[in-house]
Design a protein around this ligand. Structure first.
Ligand SMILES: [Zn+2]
Ligand SMILES: [Zn+2]
Length: 219
């Protein structure tokens, strides 16, 4: 077990440190988290490595040292892609769709935002496209592109892999964990709708599907 990170450690330039340094931001080592990610996701891949490191960086940046333990009520993660890395963010942070602590925005970007709900601090971490070339440059001797990226993404400094932005995230009450803040019925289909997801159209209360936003067609 590794203790909490101190502010002095945060100021150290991570590029001068071995990757094991990143364990300081978490109760577990990166290797342990990668093992956990592989199990949960079903395979090891570059997305797991980037996702694990992205989440470790994000947690550290907003002062969340133990996201699945002592700090489990402090963090909300917003993922911008439904691919491999999203599972790794879930593995590291413990943020889950069913707990309303994992939010999915369909932007098609390998990026995620980490919000400390206790302090309001938030960072958005974006995987750089240039990380592929950085991997090629760092390990030209590794022939397979897949192996090269897997290896490099574990070892390259964070600033070669990610862009980090300080952001503000406004999370309205109806998007927060906890009991639903409202429940109404759709005037068209009769189905119940939680948390103000209804649409008011010509004095009728409609679910999004009946209001024309359905992703399905009834047969
Ligand atoms: Zn994968
Ligand atoms: Zn409806």
């Amino acid at each position: 077990m590794i203790g909490r990170i101190s502010t002095d450690q945060i100021r150290v330039d991570p590029s001068h440190l071995p990757y094991q340094w990143f364990i300081l931001s978490s109760m577990e080592t990166m290797e342990e988290l990668l093992e956990r990610a592989e199990q949960s996701h079903g395979h090891m891949c570059a997305g797991q490595v980037l996702g694990v490191r992205m989440a470790m960086l994000g947690c550290r940046a907003v002062g969340v040292a133990d996201p699945r333990g002592a700090d489990r009520k402090s963090l909300i993660a917003f993922v911008e892609i439904d691919r491999c890395a999203a599972d790794a963010v879930n593995t590291v942070t413990g943020c889950r769709l069913g707990k309303r602590t994992l939010k999915y925005y369909d932007y098609g970007k390998l990026a995620a935002t980490f919000l400390n709900v206790k302090t309001g601090e938030a960072v958005r971490v974006v995987a750089l496209d240039s990380s592929r070339e950085a991997a090629d440059r760092a390990f030209p001797e590794i022939e397979s592109k897949y192996e090269r990226q897997l290896h490099a993404y574990k070892l390259l400094p964070e600033d070669e892999l990610f862009k980090v932005e300080t952001v503000r995230v406004t999370l309205p009450p109806q998007d927060r964990p906890g009991r639903p803040v409202s429940r109404v019925q759709c005037d068209e289909c009769g189905e119940g709708i939680n948390d103000h997801r209804e649409v008011i159209s010509e004095d009728r209360t409609l679910c999004r599907a009946c209001a024309g936003e359905a992703y399905y067609t009834r047969l």
